[in-house]
Design a protein around this ligand. Structure first.
Ligand code: DC
Length: 220
């Protein structure tokens, strides 16, 4: 990790292209890429596997506190480990998609995740992506980007991502899930998805990959 103090925050709704943009930006800058959504997903996956209900804040927090949660990014790929086990694929399923908003809505869960993210980014040299990075995790981030896209554009992208992994999820289902998550992520009490007043807003609906990456690099 480069110890130069720079933190780049990328926030925005699901499917806006944050992961792609964040990975490209991190590579360009020689920074570490941190996908905080993957952390909430890893807890959700562990909870589903252990039979813990997504609304059970106390048990979720008990599950999270002693857990080793590691993210490794190499060659544009992010590997997620939960207690040493590679859960990178298991955290990207429709079941996790459906439960993660509720799991991430609990203040005690968020407090623990935010503390871990602050430790990960403290030395700088990171591109950190999520919903509350510029508003809560690193309010003094060097650059704040809010990446958005229309719901239809985001549904199309998610559909393609699933297809590339050989999973067929109907567009209507993705439309419903993303719309529902937008609503939950934006309306929750603790650090809802919101645009920081000092963020640079990029709408990626009509941008191709190159244009999106260039817009993010310019914003930095
Ligand atoms: O970016 P994603 O779709 O992988 O995020 C999964 C969920 O985690 C999303 O519904 C909202 C939540 N999340 C959050 O509340 N705060 C973050 N910093 C990152 C993700």
């Amino acid at each position: 990790m480069r110890n130069n103090g720079l933190v780049v925050a990328i926030d925005g709704p699901s499917g806006a292209g944050k992961s792609t943009a964040g990975r490209a930006l991190a590579e360009r800058l020689g920074y570490t890429y941190i996908d905080t959504g993957a952390m909430y997903r890893a807890l959700t996956q562990a909870a589903l596997a252990a039979g813990v209900a997504p609304d059970d804040e106390a048990t979720l927090t008990e599950l999270l506190q002693p857990a080793r949660l590691e993210l490794q990014s190499a060659k544009g790929e992010v590997t997620v480990f939960w207690n040493g086990k590679d859960v990178s694929l298991a955290i990207r399923t429709p079941e996790v998609d459906a439960a993660v908003s509720q799991v991430s809505s609990h203040p005690a869960v968020r407090a623990e995740m935010v503390a871990r993210q602050q430790v990960m980014g403290r030395q700088g040299g990171v591109v950190m992506e999520g919903r509350d990075i510029g508003s809560v995790v690193f309010p003094l981030a060097t650059a704040k980007i809010f990446l958005s896209a229309s719901l239809d554009a985001r549904v199309e992208r998610r559909h393609r991502q699933y297809q590339q992994r050989g999973v067929e999820v109907p567009r209507e289902e993705l439309h419903k899930d993303l719309g529902e998550r937008d609503r939950k992520d934006s309306s929750r009490k603790t650090s809802p998805l919101a645009i920081s007043p000092d963020a640079i807003v990029i709408d990626s609906s009509d941008l191709n990959l190159e244009q999106q990456n260039a817009a993010c690099a310019r914003a930095c």
